[in-house]
Design a protein around this ligand. Sequence first.
Ligand code: CP3
Length: 344
Amino acid sequence: MTPKKTILRALAGEVLPTPPVWMMRQAGRYLPEYRATRAQAGDFLSLCYNPELAAEVTFQPIRRYGFDAAILFADILLLPQALGADLWFETGEGPRLSTISTAADMARLKPADAIHDHLAPVYETVRILAKGLPAETTLIGFAGAPWTVATYMIAGRGTPDQGPAHAMIQGNRALFQQVIDLLTASTIEYLSAQIDAGAEVVKLFDSWAGSLKGQDFHDFAVEPARAITAALKARHPGIPVIAFPRGAGTAYEGLHAAIGADCIALDDGVTAEWAAAHVQTGGCVQGNLASSHMVSGGQDLIDETRRVVRAFSKGPHIFNLGHGITPDADPENVALMVETIRNG
Ligand code: CP3
């Protein structure tokens, strides 16, 4: 019998002698081979919707580093586009979308189950990956969490403080709840289709969860993640779910139980030592080396990698960065991190 994949073992709660490792944004601009394939595709969105090339960039970091997981190459903003929002990327600035500020804007969006034709190329990418990955590599599908996707749909772009979304919560909570409900329902559809196509784990990226506090954190970060996780597990018994409410801080405590997720991913705003005592007690954790070490490297990278491994060594752990690797990272530093995790 082939041994179960390391990522799946950690997600099932097993404490492994060496934590499995992958990196957020592991297919990205820090890699020359990614830049070449992206140029071949033309632009970022064309790359996302080209199954052969999207699969190719997903394979690249697996070939180079032998990561334990591959994450589908796509973007969290493809879902709002499938719902009918306009989406484009301004060079050097990031994403732009048509905005939602009224009930009429909301009414123009499609229903949750109408997304699949638009997203068919993504499902095809998943199928290519499921066939082509090494036997020991776990395939992770993903979506943005409803709150984070809503912040882009309401503002029409990334914002430092998610001001427009918070303003809608203040001014028209019922309308905001409709946005969240549509995103929750369509995210269940989207992830369910990724699982049908071969994703073995799914991850919810809530990059802006840190700006939600108190009741809003519960209603717009915890509750949608709980509802998505419950629906996916009902449709696909045993499917592991990773939730990443980035910036949750002390609110990371208790989230395994509150969301029903198999793993809580941690950013580097909490220390590994604190998280081992307060979050890992609830189940598997993922994280949380500061991604700046992929730029700076050296002995600090080695020391910090060892510290994170050691801090989480008594419970189930998947090694990752605290956020995505940045374009200015040195590929050699990634190799050094992987070597340090695997060989001490
Ligand atoms: O982790 C992975 O490698 C999987 C693929 C992935 C991408 N984006 C590819 C991407 C995933 C999981 C995402 C998630 C995503 N996308 C998030 C949540 C996670 C996070 O990073 O906070 C958000 C907020 C987005 C929206 C988005 N996409 C922004 C704000 C940007 C522009 C930022 C930038 O670096 O230019 C993107 C573009 C994007 N998504 C790139 C990649 C590799 C860079 C595109 C390029 O120029 O090649």
